[in-house]
Ligand binder design. Structure first.
Ligand SMILES: [Zn+2]
Length: 105
């Protein structure tokens, strides 16, 4: 018999969004209630302009829309939405990988 372990997390369980710089690996943790994409990492590496240029003019980036949607979905669920959204992860992927450092040495 094969037993698979999964981790299921509700949107309300998410404490913070962590943004990691791909250049210096510095992480910035932002509480979900205040979630918006930082413009740059603490070291100054540019992450996002305020708006992305779209075919019909400037628009919010997908990351900014993601932060807004997450907050809105949590509000809907807190106000009695008829369903909830859960995120599923393989438990093994958390057990086998070493923890990443918050700030590189
Ligand atoms: Zn950086």
């Amino acid at each position: 018999m094969t037993v698979e372990h999964k981790i299921v997390v509700g949107l309300g369980d998410i404490k913070a969004l962590i943004f990691e710089c791909r250049k210096c690996l510095t992480r910035v943790s932002v509480p979900v209630e205040e979630a918006k994409t930082p413009h740059a990492c603490p070291c100054g590496h540019q992450w996002l302009p305020d708006y992305m240029e779209g075919t019909s003019g400037p628009k919010l980036s997908a990351y900014q829309r993601f932060c807004s949607a997450l907050k809105e979905c949590r509000t809907l669920q807190a106000n009695g939405s008829p369903f909830t959204v859960l995120l599923e992860f393989e438990a093994q992927q958390f057990e086998d990988k070493p923890m990443r450092r918050e700030i590189p040495a």
